[in-house]
Design a protein around this ligand. Structure first.
Ligand code: GLA
Length: 387
């Protein structure tokens, strides 16, 4: 892979003098969805698929970007004096946003660079290709300039750039999962204080299968921000009757006791999801520690139902993938993952059932939706590395 990437870099930028190869993973969230901006817990892991970058520092201020995923766009040029978002700059707004965000933290990017990317995460699939590019850029800058930034800092800088440069109001989960990834472990993260622990994922005789709906998110980002503000309003209403800082502070019992403070039925459902999903995530990690994978799977299924009925972020594509998965013997659990409205589902499937899973879910999906889904058997990998 490294050789191929360097060859391509040479083809695009003339030579490979001073160029280094970097990698940052994508992520999948096992459980704990739409909890990270509600002060709750999440349980994601980094994948072995992700984004490769070949980069070298330049003497001047010129930025030259090339993506092997968007070859038709050719080389996109800019300069470090223009670290502002431009619509027509497309994907380059992600690395530029991170350069800007380092500057906001007092770490100035003074020189230009040549940067070539290649991602093997399916685009727009909800496996965090954008957070992967952000953390990748952060690790390149850290290496190039000797900036003092921990991997956790790379996550925070990535989120800061996505929120303030790219205008997507995401939580910390994606960047954290990617920057802090650890092979064969998921990360049990409390988003209210960033305390976390690694939990080994030893799926004896089973694997993680990602089913990609190939439905592009479209309206997703605006709906995402809408859910956030519904939760904020519900929290403010609850705060009239109970002293909490986030929805993640509530147990299910407390929620049931105080929920009538939320004056709108829809908002009540949104808050219910945030509270119950957080508790489910805590229970899921407990179950995993006890080696009770069946229970873990049931909680994944319950998570999907809640995202479908209370949070309403699934849609017919994701529901079809999950409901067809549930029908198959050997499926331990299945749910949508990521923001929703499209993107992927995550399933834990026994080894002997994987082939029939892909065949049957694939056929049912094609029949109902009219276009094909893609399936990936994935492995849990490490955070960013220099190759
Ligand atoms: C997106 C966001 C994350 C998180 C998930 C939903 O992936 O980037 O911060 O909110 O949606 O769990």
């Amino acid at each position: 892979m490294k050789e191929k990437l360097l060859q391509k870099f040479e083809e695009i930028f003339g030579d490979t003098e001073g160029a280094k190869v970097y990698f940052a993973p994508g992520r999948v969230n096992l459980i704990g969805e739409h909890t990270d901006y509600n002060g709750g817990h999440v349980f994601p892991c980094a994948l072995t698929i992700g984004t490769y970058g070949v980069a070298r520092k330049r003497e001047d201020k010129k930025l030259r970007f090339f993506s092997m995923n968007f070859e038709n766009l050719g080389v996109i040029e800019s300069t470090v004096d223009d670290l502002k978002p431009h619509k027509e700059a497309g994907w380059t707004n992600y690395p530029k946003g991170v350069m800007w965000a380092f500057g906001e933290r007092g770490m100035q990017v003074t020189n230009g660079m040549d940067l070539m990317l290649f991602g093997n995460i399916p685009n727009g699939s909800g496996l965090s290709s954008s957070a992967s590019v952000e953390v990748l850029t952060g690790s390149i800058l850290r290496d190039m300039y000797g900036f003092e930034a921990s991997n956790q800092d790379l996550a925070l800088i990535g989120q800061f750039s996505e929120n303030n440069f790219n205008g997507v109001n995401c939580g910390i989960m994606d960047q954290f999962a990617i920057a802090m990834g650890k092979k064969d472990n998921a990360i049990f993260l409390d988003t209210s204080n960033l305390q976390f622990e690694y939990a080994p994922i030893q799926l004896k005789g089973a694997k993680i299968v990602i089913s990609c709906s190939n439905k592009k998110r479209g309206l997703g980002d605006s709906k995402y921000n809408e859910r956030r503000s519904e939760c904020e309003t519900a929290l403010a209403e609850l705060q009239q009757v109970i002293g909490i800082n986030t929805l993640g502070d509530l147990s299910e019992e407390q929620f049931e006791l105080y929920k009538t403070a939320i004056k709108d039925e829809v908002r009540q459902k949104r808050a219910k999801h945030a509270v119950y999903e957080n508790q489910r995530t805590i229970q899921a990690v407990e179950a995993l520690k006890k080696d009770d994978i069946e229970k873990f799977g049931q909680l994944m299924n319950a998570s999907h139902v809640s995202l479908r009925d209370d949070y309403e972020v699934t849609g017919v594509e994701l529901d079809t993938l999950v409901e067809e998965a549930w029908k198959i013997d050997g499926v331990i659990g299945s749910r949508m993952t990521g923001a929703g409205f499209g993107g992927c589902t995550v399933s834990i499937v026994k080894d002997e059932a994987i082939d029939s899973f892909i065949e049957k879910v694939g056929a049912a999906y094609l029949k109902k939706i009219g276009y094909a889904a893609d399936f990936y058997v994935v492995e849990i990998g490490d955070g960013p590395v220099i190759l």
